[in-house]
Design a protein around this ligand. Structure first.
Ligand code: S3P
Length: 175
């Protein structure tokens, strides 16, 4: 692969799981943008939101993404809101294929309903809210993505196989 793989998509679409699997299978460095932020700021994402608000978190997110421009042989798992700022997409595209993971609001709810680590969904753990926010973000996700994979009812192996076969065509065309 000539580029890194950057995974984008709504919370609960499987980015972290897929990233971990790909890292192991392809021998790629695994990078989680949220983890970079937690390390840099010395506190969990929920505390960052509570203390400094979403705009501050988004600044941290942009800074973390900016730092990755020279990375090679990495799989980068982005937070679900990383596409909100266009500069993030531009920076990711410099060295990565952008892969959108998608799933239905019902699948997403089932995957995230017990999580207390997602401030955006605090008090909104229902299909209506999730599908509303997904729709608001949909065009941003679709515009940023080089390829899209639906993850509902698929194993992580199946998702990765589908992804790698699509990416190898793109990658081959590029080099
Ligand atoms: C967010 C998604 C989260 C995290 C933060 C905001 C979002 O990441 O970055 O809570 O706005 O969709 P995950 O998609 O990994 O849950």
């Amino acid at each position: 692969m000539t580029k890194n793989i950057a995974l984008i998509g709504f919370m609960g679409t499987g980015k972290s799981t897929v990233s971990h699997y790909l890292g192991k299978r392809m021998g790629l460095e695994e990078i989680e943008i949220d983890e970079m932020i937690v390390k840099a700021e010395g506190m969990p994402i929920t505390d960052l939101f509570a203390k400094f608000g979403e705009a501050y978190f988004r600044d941290c997110e942009s800074k973390a993404i900016q730092k990755l421009q020279d990375k090679k042989k990495a799989v980068i798992s982005c937070g679900g809101g990383a596409v909100i700022r266009e500069e993030n997409v531009i920076n990711l595209k410099k060295s990565s294929w952008i892969v959108l993971l998608d799933a239905s609001p019902e699948t997403i709810l089932a995957r995230v309903k017990d999580s207390t680590k997602r401030p955006i969904l605090n008090g909104h753990m229902n299909v209506e809210y999730i599908s509303g926010l997904m729709e608001k973000r949909r065009s941003l996700y679709e515009r940023a993505a080089d390829i899209k994979i639906v993850t509902d009812q698929k194993s992580v192996e199946a998702v990765c196989q589908e992804m790698l076969s699509m990416l190898s065509k793109l990658d081959g065309a590029e080099s």
